[in-house]
Design a protein around this ligand. Structure first.
Ligand code: AMP
Length: 213
């Protein structure tokens, strides 16, 4: 199954992608995670991407297209994948249509996780992340021991772009660039809308039901 997760930053895409990966046995492809790894290792992509990420802006489409092509050339994506954070605008959706045409696959479902904007700032500013990819929230999903990852014992940190000044820019980018994708995929008949303002397990159950998995 090939799935796109769509929704506001902090709307639960990463959390649900990890749960889907476990249940369906297909990889999560998070462009944000790939970019953060590139920044950490100071690769040419990371150095270029960092200035956009720090400002809460989208990284240029051409860089993202190359990154996606390279990731989809890897064997583990052959039976399906979950896109988390891609595509982020109509140009990227068209790039994906071109890539999928070339590689001979199509997207089965686009899962739009709908969370009211007023909940987003609270979610993002309380989010804590581990370098292993696990994500927590200080109130709604805390780790067993404060500041320590349940999964790997690593130290949790707050992403630089989860600080309040950058959050505003990220929400603006979402409204301007990413939101039009909802209509784009609805017109194609592959969009399902999920109420993201409910407990994590309930969101997951609704997704599983609506994608028919
Ligand atoms: P995320 O982890 O998905 O919230 O992404 C964090 C940041 O990485 C975003 O604010 C963007 O700067 C960048 N980013 C992630 N995915 C994309 C994408 N598909 N296109 C452009 N920029 C992206």
């Amino acid at each position: 199954m090939r799935i796109i997760l769509l929704g506001k930053p902090g709307g639960g895409k990463g959390t649900q992608a990890k749960m889907l990966t476990e249940r369906l046995g297909i990889p999560q492809i998070s462009t944000g995670d790939i970019l953060r790894e590139a920044v950490k290792h100071q690769t040419p992509l990371g150095i270029e991407a960092k200035k956009f990420m720090d400002a809460g802006l989208l990284v240029p489409d051409c860089l993202i297209k190359d990154l996606i092509k390279e990731r989809l050339s890897q064997e583990d994506t052959k039976d399906g994948f979950i896109f988390d954070g891609f595509p982020r605008n109509l140009a990227q959706a068209r790039d994906l249509e071109q890539i999928s045409g070339d590689l001979g696959f199509s997207i089965d479902k686009v899962v739009y996780i709908d969370v009211p904007t007023e909940k987003i700032v609270r979610r993002l500013s309380g989010r804590r992340t581990c370098s292993c990819g696990a994500v927590y929230h200080v109130e709604s999903n805390p780790p067993e021991e404060q500041g320590v990852c349940d999964a790997c014992g690593g130290t949790l940190y707050q992403r630089d772009d989860d600080k309040e000044d950058v959050i505003k820019a990220r929400i603006e980018q979402y409204e301007k660039q990413t939101k039009p994708l909802i209509d784009h995929y609805d017109e194609k008949g592959i969009l399902v809308t999920i109420d993201g303002d409910q407990p994590i397990d309930d969101v997951f159950s609704e997704i599983m039901k609506k994608i028919g998995a």
